[in-house]
Each structure stands twice: as structure tokens, then as C-alpha cells.
Design a protein. Structure first.
Length: 505
């Protein structure tokens, strides 16, 4: 075999090995890569981010994260997790940020819905699995797609609240020399340019009227701030720019809304923690409204502020009355915690947004649930009172029947008789000296009668029931003496008597 033939055979072997290695490497890379895609849509439309995994995550149960980032390039510092799913005790749980929806279905794919695309969602997305190499992650970007028209969006807010107007253009104005402006048409005046910008070399020269803010940041969209929305700022807006081709300008409207709220209080037991939740019809984190929790009634007709929250440099700062706590996080909801519920917290509360009418705020009542020992004690006392009274009634019915039988059989008048039910030992009790047993029963000295009786919950209770009846010609006198005693430092006794005269038929 010639040297040339051997060299050719060796070369073929090297090529085959290199091809196998390259194929293996490509398969390995493809098998470990996590990718995503998101269709471009018009502003305010619906779209979704779809993640593609190399495995069935519902079986491997690795932690899944979908992150969003602003800017031209993804870095760990500018990412924001918008979805995170994990498994705990065999069950999946997920945390989804506002502005996104997730159907909780994960396998080789995952779909995260964006119901209404705005500037907050325009940017890059990345899907990740736990314990994976960052090099195996591929990014996708959401862009707006607009042709032949401009669009705008301005959320309606309450009076004196913060909002913003966003303009969307079919092209990137930072890459051309087009001038642009924002028109406002109110119901009470003519249209006016609230923002008007002209290109001057490498920068913009802009004019704006009072009540609006603009930082001169422009791409295929821009944002005009409205720090405190007023009535004269209501109406329709439109965004314009100079273009060589015909453009249609779509309007958007700003309307001042009425703030409403309602509150809800969880079940409350004395000495235990409780929570009160305020729910608003606006996102207070976006409108930056100051708010408070008011306890209605009291000395002041408008109520007393128990919690007051104020926005300072986009940070919510809250002050609370003793016994209340707030975590300073608010959106459409605000949770106020009561560290240790007591009767001092009882009352009617309302959640109020500063500058709005109280008519739109529904109140809720803070009422303690009675403690179980107190309920048991009350029922026990009621039963102890009911039993002797029932015995008396049964006895009287029996005596009435007996008296009727005696009257039928004998013409003689039945003399009054006394039926004591007190033992001799009880007659020798340590009660104050009296002239007779009847005097003790029917005319007890004031010193041993103490109405109303109060029984501390912490004391042990002893109950003595003394019943005395006396049958007369026209009625039956009966007397029930309930003696409640408890062990305390003074050895104090509490007494209560029940007596009446029952007419005989």
C-alpha cells in the first residue's frame, strides 16, 4: 500500500471524526438551549411570549423564570422577573406580575399572555431554567408594529392624580428629522399643542404648556407626563409628525374618574392579629394619591385617621396609630394589620383617597368575636338558672292537680302549709342571725343580696340551689335562691334570688 493511499485514508478518518464531533456538539447545544418568541403587534393589542424548553419541565420540575429587560442589551442588572414557577410538595405555584396572565400550563413550552401591550411591555424577554448555563439562553424582543397611522393612550384617573400620555409612531423619530407635536382638544376651548418639538441638529427644541412634562426621549414612541390631572386637561389628544406619506392620527381621551373603595376585615378574635384590606377602583401606585384609613365617629364628625400614607419622591410613607401596621406596598389594594385585636379597635372604618368625596367609600365594621370561655360561662349560668325554675314549675303543676283533687274529695278548706326544702345543716349556716327560717328565705338581709352578680371568668364557681314553696289558698309562693361563689382573695359570695306567687285555678 502506497504512502499516498495511507495518507488519503487517514485524511478521510479525520474528516469523519470531525463531522461526528461537530454533529454531536450541535445536538448537545440544541438539546440544552432555551428559546422564546413574541409576535410584534399594534399598541394596546394582545400578544404572548412563548418559551421553548429542551425537556418536559412538568416532569423534571425545575424552577422556571421569565424575565423582562429594557435597553438594547440584556444584563442581569436590568432584568425584572415577571413570572416564576416552582414545585412544593408536588404542587406547582407561580408568581405573576401585573400586566401579564399565565394559564399555569408547563411542559416543553410555556405561554405568557400580554393582554394589552404598552410601553411597559416593549422590550426583551428571556426564559430560564434553574441550574442552567447562561450561554444556553436565547432572547426575544417585543416590538410594536404600526403602519400608516399614529396612536395614543392616556389612562383616566381621579382629579389631582398622576397620569401619562403615550404616543406611538409608525417609524423611529430618533433616526430621522421629522418634527412632532401633541394636540389637545377640550370641550371648552380650541385645540392647542401641549408639546411641540423641532429637530435642531442632534437635539430637539421643544415647547410645552403648563401642566405637562416631557423629557425629550423619543423613538417610535414617546411619553408626556401629567403630574396632577385637572378638569381643563380632560378631552381628546392626538399625536402628529411630519411625514412624506399620508398618516392617519387616531385620538385618545382623558376622563377624570370618581375614586371608590371598600374595605374588608377578617374574622377577629380578641388578643389575636387581624387584617383590614382596602380595595380601590384605581391603581394608587400609578396615580400617586395620598390615602388614609379613617375610623368614623368619635369626637370629630369626619372621623379620626388611624393610618395616613403620603407619596414622597415616588415612595409611599405611612404613619400609623399605636397597634396598627402597614407594609407600604399599594396597588389597587392596601393591607393594614392590627397586631393585637382588642375592644379598643371596635368601630367603623373607611378607606379614603385624599381629595375625593367620602360618598364613594364603603365602610366596614371591626367587631370582636366573643371569647369561647366567656360564651361557655354565660351558657352555664343560663342553664343553672333554667333547671331550678323548671323544677319549680313542674312542682307547682303537680301541687295544683293535687289541690283540685283534695277540693273535690273534701269540703274542708285546705290550710296553708309550708314545704321547706332546706336541710338542717343549711339552716345552721354562717348567715346573719334572723328570727325565723321564713324570714331568711323571703326577707333576706340586704347584706347577703348583691345584685347584679358578677362572676370573674378566671374563678372556679360553686352553685347552691335553695328552693322553698308555700301553698296558700289563692296562690303558691315559691322562692329559688341561687348562690354563686368563687375563690378569690376576699372569699366573696354572690347571690341571686328568684321568687313569685303563682295563682291557682
Amino acid at each position: 500500500m502506497s504512502v499516498t493511499h495511507l495518507m488519503a485514508q487517514a485524511a478521510r478518518s479525520v474528516v469523519v471524526l470531525f463531522f461526528i464531533f461537530a454533529l454531536f456538539t450541535a445536538q448537545a447545544q440544541t438539546g440544552n438551549t432555551v428559546t422564546c418568541d413574541v409576535p410584534s403587534v399594534e399598541p394596546l393589542a394582545n400578544t404572548s411570549v412563548t418559551c421553548h424548553f429542551p425537556e418536559n419541565v412538568n416532569q423534571t420540575r425545575r424552577i422556571v423564570t421569565v424575565s423582562f429587560y429594557k435597553g438594547a442589551q440584556y444584563t442581569v442588572s436590568n432584568e425584572n422577573d415577571i413570572l416564576e414557577c416552582w414545585w412544593l410538595s408536588g404542587k406547582m405555584d407561580c408568581d405573576v406580575k401585573r400586566g401579564y396572565k399565565f394559564n399555569r400550563i408547563i411542559s416543553h413550552e410555556l405561554t405568557l399572555e400580554i393582554p394589552r401591550v404598552s410601553t411597559k411591555q416593549i422590550g426583551g424577554y428571556v426564559c430560564k431554567l434553574s441550574n442552567m448555563n447562561p450561554k444556553d439562553v436565547k432572547y426575544c424582543e417585543l416590538k410594536i408594529k404600526l403602519e400608516g397611522k399614529t396612536m395614543c393612550d392616556v389612562p383616566s384617573v381621579p382629579l389631582n392624580s398622576r397620569t401619562s400620555l403615550t404616543c406611538y409612531f409608525p417609524e423611529d423619530l430618533s433616526k430621522n428629522t421629522a418634527d412632532f407635536s401633541v394636540y389637545h382638544q377640550s370641550t371648552s376651548s380650541d385645540s392647542v399643542d401641549v408639546i411641540s418639538c423641532k429637530r435642531m441638529g442632534d437635539h430637539w427644541s421643544c415647547d410645552r404648556i403648563r401642566g405637562y412634562e416631557f423629557d425629550q426621549t423619543v423613538t417610535n414612541h414617546l411619553t408626556v407626563g401629567i403630574p396632577t390631572a385637572q378638569e381643563d386637561q380632560e378631552g381628546s389628544y392626538s399625536c402628529h409628525y411630519t411625514s412624506s406619506s399620508p398618516v392617519r392620527y387616531e385620538n385618545c381621551s382623558l376622563t377624570l374618574t370618581t375614586v371608590t373603595s371598600f374595605c374588608n376585615i377578617s374574622s377577629i378574635k380578641e388578643t389575636e392579629p387581624a387584617s383590614l384590606t382596602c380595595t380601590f377602583n384605581v391603581d394608587v401606585n400609578a396615580t400617586k394619591n395620598n390615602l388614609s384609613l379613617i375610623r368614623l365617629g368619635g369626637d370629630e364628625s369626619k372621623g379620626v385617621d388611624t393610618v395616613t400614607c403620603t407619596w414622597l419622591q415616588d415612595q409611599l410613607k405611612c404613619t400609623t396609630a399605636p397597634g396598627y401596621e402597614v407594609n407600604n406596598l399599594v396597588t389597587h389594594r392596601l393591607v393594614i394589620r392590627v397586631l393585637r385585636a382588642s375592644r379598643d379597635h371596635n368601630g367603623t372604618y373607611a378607606c379614603h383617597v385624599t381629595g375625593s368625596s367620602m360618598d364613594g367609600f364603603k365602610s366596614c365594621d371591626f367587631i370582636l368575636i366573643p371569647d369561647v370561655p366567656a360564651v361557655v360561662l354565660t351558657v352555664a349560668i343560663a342553664v343553672l338558672v333554667f333547671i331550678p325554675v323548671s323544677l319549680v314549675i313542674i312542682f307547682l303543676v303537680f301541687k295544683c292537680k293535687q289541690r283540685k283533687e283534695v277540693n273535690k274529695n273534701s269540703p274542708k278548706q285546705v290550710s296553708s302549709e309550708e314545704i321547706p326544702m332546706i336541710s338542717a345543716e343549711e339552716g345552721k349556716s354562717s348567715s346573719p342571725p334572723v328570727s325565723s327560717k321564713e324570714e331568711i328565705l323571703f326577707h333576706p338581709p340586704p347584706s347577703i343580696i348583691h345584685p347584679p352578680f358578677i362572676i370573674p371568668q378566671s374563678s372556679s364557681i360553686t352553685v347552691v340551689v335553695i328552693i322553698h314553696l308555700r301553698l296558700q289558698k289563692s296562690c303558691v309562693d315559691y322562692f329559688v335562691l341561687l348562690v354563686f361563689s368563687h375563690h378569690d382573695a376576699h372569699g366573696k359570695l354572690f347571690h341571686h334570688k328568684l321568687s313569685a306567687c303563682l295563682l291557682l285555678a
